[in-house]
Ligand binder design. Structure first.
Ligand code: PMP
Length: 303
């Protein structure tokens, strides 16, 4: 494969039939999104948001892009804005992994920190406040922009369907902004309404009605119900403890040589749990959004 631009490497990631034992003789397939050039699923979103902004006339050659992010969206956006030479300011709650923040800066973005205690809501407020003071700025705002689920509806979901060797019994994915889950679930259910859509969250996220608190699984977990969830049928919500997610991260690294991030570990733990309640020989598809390397400082390999 001969390429000229890094952006050409976005998407068309492998779908892996996991070589693990699954309850009920079922099968789990994982979309390996760490093989995008910025290392995560969010490279798709960064490229899509900037393209959408350009097409709608909200972004021009002199626009400053501002976005609240847990990290991976920041890296994906920085990759996209660099290609257009746009100034980029990413608003990140302090607690998020240092590795991601270093990568955003390496790609030329500026970082503004908000206090960890204020969560993603604090970062959203700060991004909006900054935008009000910087002329010709644009906040794509992944948490409510319909281009977020659309990015996955039009790219990730058709790729999954093209590679799947059997009809999909269930689709399992974590939610941060909710864009991945809503976009892919809507597409798969439009193709086959029997496909169950199962959303995954860490303990401390609010989807299952539990109290909001801090968690160590990074990239998933919500402080408010994502607006995109209105557009999709959610069949089940599974809440996974940090330690169960990390146990799957260790399992895949040690036994199968696959380095996944903590939200991928949660997606796998949820898929295995779900398999016990599905008919035998079910086919479960999940997403592995990024790899272990950007969480080494978070000690996901230590119990
Ligand atoms: N996993 C990781 C590692 C992420 O960075 C994100 C994005 N925050 C997600 C999962 C969830 O993706 P989405 O925002 O589309 O729900």
């Amino acid at each position: 494969m001969l390429i000229q631009h890094v952006q050409e490497l976005i998407g068309h990631t492998p779908l892996m039939a996991l070589p693990i034992e699954v309850p009920n003789h079922s099968h789990i397939y994982a979309k390996l999104e760490m093989f995008n050039p910025g290392g995560s699923i969010k490279d798709r979103l960064g490229a899509y948001l900037i393209e959408d902004g350009l097409q709608r006339g909200r972004v021009n050659a002199k626009t400053t892009i501002i976005e609240p992010t847990a990290g991976n969206t920041g890296i994906g956006l920085a990759l996209a804005t660099q290609a257009h030479h746009l100034r980029t300011i990413l608003v990140v709650p302090e607690k998020f992994s240092m590795e991601k923040q270093v990568l955003m800066q390496a790609l030329g973005a500026e970082i503004v920190h908000t206090p960890s205690e204020e969560g993603i809501k604090g970062a959203i407020r700060k991004a909006e406040a900054l935008a009000a003071t910087i002329s010709n700025s644009y906040v794509p705002m992944q948490f409510k922009n319909p281009a977020n689920p659309a990015a996955y509806y039009h790219t990730l979901a058709p790729e999954i369907l093209a590679d799947m060797p059997a009809p999909i019994t269930a689709f399992v994915a974590g939610a941060g902004s909710g864009g991945t889950f809503a976009g892919v679930a809507a597409y798969l259910q439009a193709q086959d309404s029997a496909t169950k859509a199962v959303v995954v969250e860490p303990e401390g996220s609010i989807l299952n009605g539990g109290p909001a608190h801090a968690h160590r699984t990074e990239g998933i977990g919500v402080e408010f119900i994502p607006p995109f969830f209105d557009q999709v049928r959610i069949d089940q919500t599974l809440t996974i403890a940090d330690n169960d997610a990390f146990a799957q991260v260790r399992h895949l690294a040690r036994d199968h040589g696959l380095l996944i991030g903590s939200s991928s570990g949660a997606a796998l733990a949820a898929s295995l749990q779900l398999a016990t309640n599905l008919p035998a020989n079910s086919h479960i598809v999940t997403i592995f959004p990024d790899s272990s390397e950007r969480y080494l400082s978070q000690k996901i390999y230590t119990k």
